[in-house]
Design a protein around this ligand. Structure first.
Ligand code: SAM
Length: 421
């Protein structure tokens, strides 16, 4: 009989890859809720190990399959190879459990023999070589090579199998050292805390009192380079779930946090309540928001391909389609222009995306300046906001790559502009 943990891992993998549900939604797979904590942890670990090594796993399978089997069988085989090579599952258990998964439904039963034979042969051959080129889809790797060169592209891809630590942003910078002690965390440049320990985040010291929130070290940089001063009116135009809006509020700014997703804004409201911070929260599309106010500073953390989050969301690499990058770039250009209209003369505009793709970053920033003669670039100083020195571009923008910090961080592009007075 198929065991419930592996069944749940299959559901997660199918939701993430075949249904393109996004990892967060996939990890809500119905089968997971009813599992014992240990089984739930195994199901997640198995699904994540499969996604983090999907390139080499698929290579190992392609070498042993004459033609692609039906999708559910491909998913079962992927989980099987992950157990063989990336988890400590004994080979016989990995094979038997995969055969049992195939046996669990009438559609996949006829492929039991194939699952058994392919996984046995894969197990005998041993793990595929861990070449970084294999860790990302070829088309994405080729883009990174063209943009950053071979060595950097390999360094980006090399972080894909790594399970990231959890980064936290302290609400009050004066508490950073005390929180680092309490949480046994490392203090990163810029003041983020990095905790390697696992377990329920809600139970970590200081969570209930709202003394910090979870935010990747790179994601904390854009709000820092916006440098909101106490009392300034600041608009966060794509605010949910809200890490950056919380930073702006913690800096003492009068924050207006707008997002078109009311569901995602609910998470910002919860975080505001927990941290005791204040912001005006508005659910509306940025382009058509009926409000005439202008602001001292505006932050646009636009929706993007998210390829920079490859350590946390490895599924994105395998579900993104090439044409989607150009479509997202159009949305970003519209959002940037909507943001520009809201900036007071002399005010700042910060644009950022957690993408590694130039169309969403450098090209977007250049095109914005081309369209908006009343804006100029406001270069970011090297190291500003805790940014890695290597991320500073010649134009004064930040191109943070995932290997720019030991232990990794999200890839981000950040540009700052000033509206002429
Ligand atoms: C990258 S996320 C923002 C993350 C957020 N800044 C944070 O730090 O947690 C992009 C957000 O843009 C929102 N969004 C997408 N299109 C939008 C639009 N036209 N107007 C306003 N928000 C939009 C999405 O709902 C999503 O929450």
């Amino acid at each position: 009989m198929a065991d419930p943990a592996r069944r749940a891992a299959l559901d997660i993998l199918t939701a993430a890859l075949a249904q393109r549900a996004g990892l967060e939604a996939a990890l809500e797979a119905p089968g997971l809720a009813g599992l014992a904590p240990q089984d739930r942890a195994f199901a997640r670990a198995l699904a994540m190990a499969t996604l983090r090594h999907l390139g080499p796993i698929d290579r190992a399978l392609e070498a042993r399959l004459q033609r692609a089997p039906p999708e559910p069988i491909t998913m079962i085989l992927r989980l099987g190879v992950a157990q063989l090579f990336y988890l400590d599952t004994p080979a016989y258990a990995a094979v038997d459990a995969s055969v049992a998964l195939a046996d669990a439904s009438r559609a996949t039963q006829p492929f039991k023999g194939l699952v058994n034979a392919v996984l046995r042969r894969a197990g005998e051959a041993g793990p595929p070589p861990g070449d970084p080129d294999d860790l990302a889809p070829a088309w994405l790797f080729a883009r990174w090579r063209a943009a950053y060169g071979e060595a950097q592209a390999r360094a980006i891809a090399a972080v894909i199998p790594d399970e990231p630590a959890t980064d936290l942003t302290p609400r009050d910078g004066g508490e950073t050292a005390a929180l680092a002690d309490a949480l046994e965390a490392e203090i990163l440049p810029g003041g983020s805390l990095r905790r390697v320990g696992r377990g329920r985040i809600e139970e970590w010291p200081g969570f209930a009192e709202g003394r910090w929130w979870v935010q990747d070290a790179a994601a904390a940089i854009p709000a820092r380079v916006l440098a909101a001063a106490p009392g300034e009116a600041v608009l966060d135009l794509c605010a949910a779930p809200g890490g950056k809006a919380l930073q702006l509020a913690a800096a003492g700014a009068k924050v207006t946090a707008l997002d078109r997703s009311a569901a995602r804004l609910a998470r910002l409201r919860e975080s505001l309540q927990r941290t005791g911070l204040a912001a005006e929260v508005i659910a509306a599309p940025a382009e058509t928001w009926k409000d005439e106010r202008r602001f001292d500073a505006v932050l646009v953390d636009a929706p993007c391909s998210s390829t920079g989050t490859l350590r946390r969301n490895p599924d994105v690499l395998w579900t993104l389609r090439p044409g989607e990058i150009a479509k997202l770039a159009e949305v970003q250009a519209r959002l940037l222009d909507a943001a520009a209209r809201r900036v007071l003369a002399g005010g700042r505009l910060v644009y950022c995306v957690c993408s590694l793709e130039g169309e969403e970053g450098e090209a977007q920033a250049r095109a914005f300046l081309g369209r908006n003669a009343d804006f100029e670039a406001a270069p970011i100083a090297p190291g500003d906001g805790g940014s890695p020195q290597a991320s500073r571009t010649a134009e004064g923008w930040l191109r943070v790559l995932p290997h720019h910090l030991a232990g990794g961080l999200d890839g981000f592009f950040v540009a700052r502009f000033r509206r002429l007075g």
